[in-house]
Design a binder for this molecule. Structure first.
Ligand SMILES: C[S@@+](CC[C@H](N)C(=O)[O-])C[C@H]1O[C@@H](n2cnc3c(N)ncnc32)[C@H](O)[C@@H]1O
Length: 204
């Protein structure tokens, strides 16, 4: 059975942020801006999501008791703000990112903020998905050739309870297929869809 959507109401935009989440978001936005200005090489696939909306979606998920456990994984973590917001809520949280400079930035910021989130360099795409060539056919913004990092993390895809990703428009199906193929039954996939806000799926 394919993963089932759970509708997130648009009024989550009214949910308040904790002081620590607001601080984390402000510091992260400053760091991202400084990093983008200082780095000569443009990392084309890195675009940050709406961190305020993400924090509100995490609040809504917790308030509605949708989680089956406390392990969080950010697919393509960039600066790692999603994984840090999850860690600030007491979740055991990791981010997986292919660009080493972003992994360094995320680990540095997480440590500076005293958070337990950890970031790993490599691919979130498990190599044992048999239909990977088929599902990655039209996907340009996800690297499907690098080695996966689950062994280094010490956890498998089906050990996590909540995933977050910000797919490029039109590439959502790839993240959903990876989730459907490898995640645990009852785990959740939250994705940011730009103007269409947050989208949530539960694996059934
Ligand atoms: C659109 S950005 C989102 C960054 C972050 N999640 C956010 O919302 O702010 C997508 C990120 O995925 C990374 N990426 C692309 N393919 C990847 C792969 N196979 N494994 C891990 N990261 C990947 C890119 O380098 C980029 O930083």
């Amino acid at each position: 059975m394919s993963p089932q959507p759970i509708r997130i109401p648009s009024d989550i935009k009214n949910l308040p942020h904790s002081a620590s989440a607001s601080h984390l978001i402000d510091v992260s936005n400053e760091r991202i801006e400084a990093f983008m200005l200082s780095d000569d090489r443009v990392i084309e696939n890195f675009v940050p999501c709406d961190f305020h909306l993400l924090d509100q979606a995490l609040s809504w998920i917790e308030q509605n008791h949708l989680l089956t456990g406390r392990r969080f994984c950010e697919f393509g973590s960039g600066f790692g703000v999603a994984a840090m917001l999850a860690a600030a809520r007491g979740m055991e949280s990791v981010g997986i990112e292919i660009e080493s400079s972003l992994v360094d930035q995320a680990n540095r910021l997480s440590e500076e903020l005293g958070l337990s989130s950890k970031f790993y360099c490599g691919s979130f795409v498990p190599h044992d998905i048999s239909e990977i060539i088929e599902i990655s056919r039209d996907v340009e913004h996800v690297d499907t050739s690098e080695s996966e990092v689950y062994q280094e993390i010490g956890l498998e895809l089906d050990d996590f309870d909540l995933f977050f990703a910000f797919p490029w428009p039109g590439e959502e199906h790839f993240f959903e297929s990876v989730f459907a193929a490898g995640a645990a039954v009852n785990s959740l996939l939250l994705t940011y869809r730009g103007r269409n806000g947050m989208h949530l799926l539960r694996k059934t």
